[in-house]
Design a binder for this molecule. Structure first.
Ligand code: PFF
Length: 449
């Protein structure tokens, strides 16, 4: 039986949940290491431009589709433009969400294990090489890796089972402010370390030599990943928004907070890296291998380590919740399933992907797709194919095919606010800038530019 659709209870709750979706491993783990590999300040400058010219308009296009219909993408497109082939992309979004959440949960499992291990003091008293071994042994141990991934997924689905208000909204309302407070404490701590200014110089001095085309493309992909775009996540969330939410203000708030968290994460990590004489471009290992080294040299290291990984856990679970909600809402809307059944089906599918990904460094390391193991393959196609394709589709759909009256009504809440500047800005970016930029990324990937 289908259930009555219950939305977010408050505007703040809706914003907190969306910020929760946006802020995740992408900000705290991926953004700093990408900035580290792509020249620091120049990368950040390009990233900010991407947020302004691609991220914000595409976020608005997802909000317009979701909030105008209070449906998932398939139902929304069917209602807004009957018989339009664009509704097919709802399936692409659902598939993308299942695949991305599958491998993302594996990293969340590592984070959970690091919370527990650091609490037990196991991450103290080692050399950087030993931290590297500790990380590799976790990743390479099939049972441990699968177990932590499953524990994480179980927590994820318990919260989802409580529903939009009592589960997602309530959790985001508590976790998001806590996350900001913890991050600011860490920033202050990092800034007080000797030589911290070197880290800040690295992060904010603009040198385009270290950037190149790869850096520009990375910054675009990172903006999509970080703002949760392209897999219909924000269509799904905004379908639960109230008609009073001011979409443009909400989108600006969400993208600004998301960007702020990414930059704060950089301010936490780089001054510490430089202060302890380590390499800024260590890549994805940065957090799991280098941070324990940093924590153990700080007074009260155990507490800092636990707090940091708890923070990362908060950030990641609010993101996996939003990814899981995509198939759940789709199944409820399109197949009239109860929330419980939709959660069960989603949980089974996601668990399969997650277990396969968790095993890709051990038992299944011989399974290679397009030159990558399962985890790396999903990490590549998730952001670089599903998110970009979805972003392109929503931009073209809202920019070129959707009735401009719907766009205007959503931007102005039926004429209550002015959209004199925002309407042309969004339409211009959706029609021209986003399609050209995304097509260029695709051409770059296939080696044409
Ligand atoms: N934005 C999240 C992060 O930065 O970690 C990841 C994410 C969440 C991507 C939800 C896509 C999505 F639909």
């Amino acid at each position: 039986m289908s259930e009555k659709r219950i939305g977010f209870a408050t505007r703040l709750g809706a914003i907190a949940a969306s910020v929760g979706s946006a802020v995740g491993l992408g900000n705290i783990w991926r953004f700093p290491y990408q900035a580290g590999q792509n020249g620091g300040g120049a990368y950040i400058l390009v990233y900010l431009l991407c947020v302004l010219l691609l991220g914000l308009p595409i976020m608005m296009s997802e909000f317009i589709i979701g909030r105008s219909t209070h449906k998932n993408m398939r139902g929304a497109v069917e209602q807004l433009t009957p018989k339009s082939p664009f509704k097919v992309f709802a399936y692409v979004g659902v598939l993308g969400a299942l695949l991305i959440c599958g491998y993302y949960s594996v990293v969340c499992g590592w984070v959970l294990e690091y919370v527990v291990d650091s609490g037990e003091g196991l991450l103290l008293g080692h050399t950087p090489e030993q931290y590297s071994e500790i990380f590799n042994s976790l990743v390479g141990a099939p049972q441990r890796c699968v177990l932590w991934t499953l524990i994480f997924l179980a927590l994820n689905f318990v919260i989802l089972n409580k529903g939009i208000n009592k589960g997602i909204e309530r959790m985001a309302n508590v976790m998001m402010p806590l996350l900001f407070v913890l991050l600011i404490v860490f920033c202050v701590n990092s800034l007080m370390l000797p030589n911290s200014s070197k880290g800040l110089d690295f992060l904010f001095s603009i040198d385009f030599n270290g950037l190149g085309w790869k850096g520009v493309v990375d910054a675009m992909g990172q903006a999509f990943m970080s703002l949760s775009l392209g897999v219909t996540c924000l269509i799904t969330y905004s379908s639960y928004f109230s008609d009073d939410n001011h979409l443009m203000k909400d989108a600006v708030t969400i993208s600004s907070l998301d960007t702020l968290v990414a930059i704060l994460a950089g301010i936490v990590i780089f001054p510490a890296v430089f202060s302890f004489g380590m390499e800024p471009n260590a890549g994805p290992k940065l957090i799991f291998e280098i941070l324990p080294t940093i924590f153990q040299q700080m007074p009260g290291g155990v507490v800092w380590a636990v707090l940091f990984f708890v923070l990362l856990f908060f950030a990641s679970i609010t993101s996996t919740i939003s990814l899981s909600e995509i198939p759940i809402t789709f199944l409820i809307d399109e197949y009239k399933l109860s929330r419980g059944k939709a959660i069960a089906i989603t949980a089974v599918l996601m668990t399969v992907v997650a277990v396969l990904s968790a095993l890709s460094f051990s038992t299944l390391s011989d399974v290679i797709i397009a030159g990558r193991n399962i985890f790396d393959f999903l990490d590549f196609v998730g952001p670089n194919f599903f998110m970009l394709l979805g972003g392109l589709v929503t931009a073209v759909y809202v920019g070129w095919f959707l009735d401009k009256k719907v766009v205007h009504d959503q931007l102005t809440n039926g004429g209550k606010h002015s959209a004199r500047f925002t309407h042309p800005y969004i339409i211009f970016c959706l029609r021209f800038i986003a399609p050209v930029a995304i097509i260029m990324i695709f051409l770059y990937y296939v080696g044409i530019i």
